[in-house]
Design a protein around this ligand. Structure first.
Ligand code: BTN
Length: 256
């Protein structure tokens, strides 16, 4: 099904809505590989994903028809591979800004790109880049947000939804349009070379910034203070006088 309720320049102008799919990221990746060139900003949205994928090979579970599961095709050919974290920042910032319009206060980005409300996970982002040489040719931006789901299974004790926070239901397409508009604005900022402004904005949403928190690395528990992120997207944590940088596999942020 194709239609258009999006007021932005290109994200969502080509919207494909599916009743059911394994994963919108996989579907979009196959489209990009197998069909004629797709316009940048194409959005694939699914009412139900039966094999949703999350970060670090995890599965992404969501109740059918209640939440937002979508993927956006971007072509950030202007971005060098070493600068790809700036894209992560632009996307997560766009989502956080859009949701902040809805919830007022409390939306945070948990490094690198989880969307949190207070101490609970409201959604996540899975970015998959198709690379050519030192350039990103295509980027599949997968976003899952818990919107109208009222309850979560025991294996997701940390999850929350807009419904749990604000006690009302949301029109999924209207929300999608709002989120895509904010992502587009941040993406265009990145394209215009304003990565350092985006970085400042990203830090203002960063969960736990300048706070002492508990972490686990290599099986060892420690407490430290998040001081920022490096240009490559590593998390900077200060423990005593030492400041170390960690990638996603090297450190676990212990929330509770
Ligand atoms: C995470 O682990 O936090 C990232 C979750 C990303 C889920 C979204 S839902 C739409 C898109 N399709 C997928 O299979 N995954 C992403």
């Amino acid at each position: 099904m194709q239609n258009n309720i999006f007021s932005g320049l290109f994200i969502g102008q080509n919207l494909v809505t599916l009743k059911e799919v394994d994963s919108t990221n996989t579907f979009l990746k196959n489209l990009v590989s197998n069909s004629k060139p797709l316009p940048e900003g194409t959005v694939i949205m699914a009412e139900d994903q039966y094999a949703g994928r999350g970060q670090q090979q995890n599965r992404w579970f969501t109740e059918a028809g209640k939440n937002l599961s979508f993927s956006i095709l971007l072509k950030p050919t202007f971005l060098l591979l070493n600068d790809q974290f700036a894209l992560t920042q632009a996307i997560s910032l766009g989502v956080a800004k859009a949701l902040s319009h809805v919830t007022d206060k409390g939306i945070k980005i948990k490094w690198p790109n989880d969307i949190y409300f207070n101490n609970r996970k409201l959604g996540g982002i899975l970015i998959e880049n198709m690379v050519q040489g030192a350039q990103i040719k295509h980027s599949i931006i997968g976003i899952g947000l818990n919107i109208n789901q009222e309850q979560f299974p025991d294996y997701l004790p940390n999850a929350t939804s807009l419904k749990q926070i604000l006690h009302k239901d949301y029109d999924l397409k209207a929300l999608l349009s709002e989120i895509c508009g904010h992502i587009e604005a941040c993406y265009l900022q990145l394209k215009a070379g304003k990565a350092s402004e985006l970085n400042q904005d990203y830090l203002s949403y960063l969960f736990g910034l300048n706070e002492t928190r508990n972490f686990r690395s290599n099986g060892t528990l420690f407490s430290g203070t998040i001081t920022g992120v490096s240009p490559l997207g590593l998390l900077k944590i200060k423990t005593g006088q030492a400041e170390n940088e960690y990638n996603l596999k090297e450190v676990e942020f212990l929330i509770n």
